[in-house]
Ligand binder design. Structure first.
Ligand code: SF4
Length: 344
């Protein structure tokens, strides 16, 4: 704890000396006081050049706010992509979209493998463990998997799901099986880059919010095509849903998908958006993830890091190891160097 306090103090001193930007100073004050941001204020922060010194100041301010509200507590989030299977929803950014013909050979992670992976995550102090499926995976089947995992791997970890649309009965069923969190969001350009009805996504979000499970909602999938206004609105929506864990995720261009030729946002831009989400959340949501993770994003306010394996919408192949080679040692090193302690 002493280490954390020392870090907090040195952060304040650094902030006092280096912040020149009026808009960053004002944002820092608001976030530390837990005051809500307007859309215009968020747009103004998103306008900052991610390569500039001002972005560094923004990141330092968000890092300070993160230390205040997290108390130096970090979480690890492990995801398992259960089914590598063509999905009829054909989202324009997703490698699993049936129309893009990327998935040649279907695969599904076996229950034994999921249990082995969850055990590994639990032994390594992961707090959140999510089973992610394509849209039409059977909730009953997923519930059975959750039950089996709970039986085989005891612990206080938050096991959860990222599945298709849910009604309240299915959400309650998943909870009774042992699920404690569900990931769901209204994505950027939902209904335009995806084939979903916005109202269906919102209905599921409402169901999860009103269920016994926690809700994970990310600002995603962010690409250079999105305007600052769109991103600001998504940040405000994150707050509106009182999400328990939130984050920012980049759109990763997968060759062969309709958005495969669009660039990916830079690490600095992703870290900048993470910093703005951190400031905007203030004392409302303390657990903030950035994906793909980087040490810069941790410095700019992220305290949740994700490792994922299996079927991944951001990858053309079924991933046997961990996506992009990130491993738990690296994630811990980044968190440790930035004054965080992982709590399971
Ligand atoms: S993002 Fe989800 S719903 Fe969309 S195509 Fe991929 S698996 Fe299906």
């Amino acid at each position: 704890m002493e280490g954390i306090e020392r870090n907090q103090n040195s952060g304040k001193e650094m902030i006092g000396r280096i912040i020149q930007s009026k808009r960053v100073l004002e944002a820092r004050e608001k976030a530390l006081a837990g005051i809500a941001f307007t859309k215009e204020e968020l747009i103004m922060l998103l306008d900052i050049d991610p390569e500039s010194d001002e972005a560094e100041e923004l990141g330092a301010a968000a890092g300070e706010v993160a230390r205040k509200y997290t108390g130096g507590k970090a979480r690890l989030w492990g995801a398992i992509g259960v089914d590598y299977r063509p999905c009829d929803m054909n989202c324009d950014f997703c490698s699993l979209g049936k129309k893009w013909g990327i998935v040649k050979e279907e695969k599904e992670v076996t229950l034994e493998e999921m249990i082995r992976q969850v055990r590994y995550y639990v032994e390594n102090e992961f707090h959140y463990i999510l089973l992610r499926t394509t849209e039409f995976y059977s909730p009953e089947r997923l519930g059975e998997i959750v039950k089996n995992i709970r039986k085989e791997v005891p612990g206080e970890y938050e096991l959860g799901c990222n599945i298709g649309e849910l009604d309240s009965d299915k959400a309650e069923y998943l909870y009774q099986c042992g699920a404690r969190i569900a990931y769901h969001c209204l994505r950027l350009r939902e209904g335009q880059d995806t084939r979903f009805e916005i109202s269906d996504r919102i209905r599921t979000l409402d169901v999860i919010r009103d269920s016994k499970m926690k809700l994970g909602f990310w600002v995603e999938p962010v690409g250079p095509e999105h305007t600052n206004k769109e991103i600001a609105e998504k940040i405000l929506q994150t707050l509106e849903y009182c999400t328990d864990v939130c984050g920012v995720m980049a759109r990763v261009p997968v060759e062969g998908t309709p958005l495969g030729n669009y660039a990916q946002i830079s690490e600095k831009r992703l870290a900048q958006i993470t910093a703005i989400l951190r400031l905007a959340c203030g004392d409302k949501a303390t657990e903030i993830c950035t994906h793909p993770a980087s040490e810069l994003a941790v410095r700019y306010g992220a305290n949740v890091i994700t490792l994922e394996t299996g079927a991944i919408p951001r990858d053309a192949d079924f991933v046997e190891e961990y996506w992009e080679g990130l491993h738990v040692g690296q994630a811990r090193e980044w968190l440790d160097r930035n004054g965080y302690q992982v709590k399971s």
